[in-house]
Design a protein around this ligand. Sequence first.
Ligand SMILES: [Fe+2]
Length: 304
Amino acid sequence: MPLHRLTRLVLGVPDVDATAVFYRDLGLEEVGPARFASADGGEQLALVEAPHRRVVEIGLGVDDPDDLDRLDRQLGTIGAAVKRDGAELVSADPGTGAGVRVCVAPRIAPSPEPRAPTNSPGRADRTNARAAAIELDPPVRPSKLAHVVLVSPDAEATRRFFLEGLGFKLSDRVGDVISFLRCSTDHHNVAVQAGPASFMHHAAWELADAAEIGRGAQRMVEADPVRHIWGLGRHYIGSNFFWYLRDPAGNFAEYTCDVDVISDDEKWEPGVFEIGKVALFTWGPPPPPFFVEPEDVAELMAGR
Ligand SMILES: [Fe+2]
């Protein structure tokens, strides 16, 4: 496929300053006013003012300019509006109204960070020393924007836009409720959830391992307990560990690690799951009742 990764997310929020504090605390580096970088993905988040929370734009990366021409034609076949903006291609998902901007971007190089030694049955890689992971300092630093889950009032149109228009691949789905789509080797980069209004359910930020998720989330929740939503747990779909937090605008942010990687499309059979526990998770505390449909949905519907 021409695409190889998510590059950037632009979120509209009512209070940019308060929301910026959250993403600074999450471990992103503020590289400009309300603009944030991950450790390996470069600038990946921008916050702009909006009357209610919404996805303004999702950025996608391709390898070379020819890929933009291919996508231009492909989007044309499904009747999506396409505009060329210098060296970039701009379109919009007709289901959610979210903009999509595609540009030539470098691939994310594997992290050169050495893995912390751990002990396991019959194998001691860390001896005569406490684990570095028992310290909350230094703060965690997400390696990249891993995925974005969009709630769409016209999920079929959104699915078609990403699958047929942009060439994403289907990894798994839960009936017609949620589809997990990839534009890289990660199990999902975008998921499309059917819902009554257009909003972002969550954006996920990748950490090295579950130990990092634990200490990152602990710091976030210690600083402000209302941020805690759900975790620590492990998803069945995608196999990733998770801990969900909530930003001041109402968007969920997920710390994630160890997601399934699909390097050979022929070897992955997309699963179709029923609505139920497995669709949500394998283990962890029970999700809060507002996890699937956040508490501000009525407000977002009114603002539509
Ligand atoms: Fe997620």
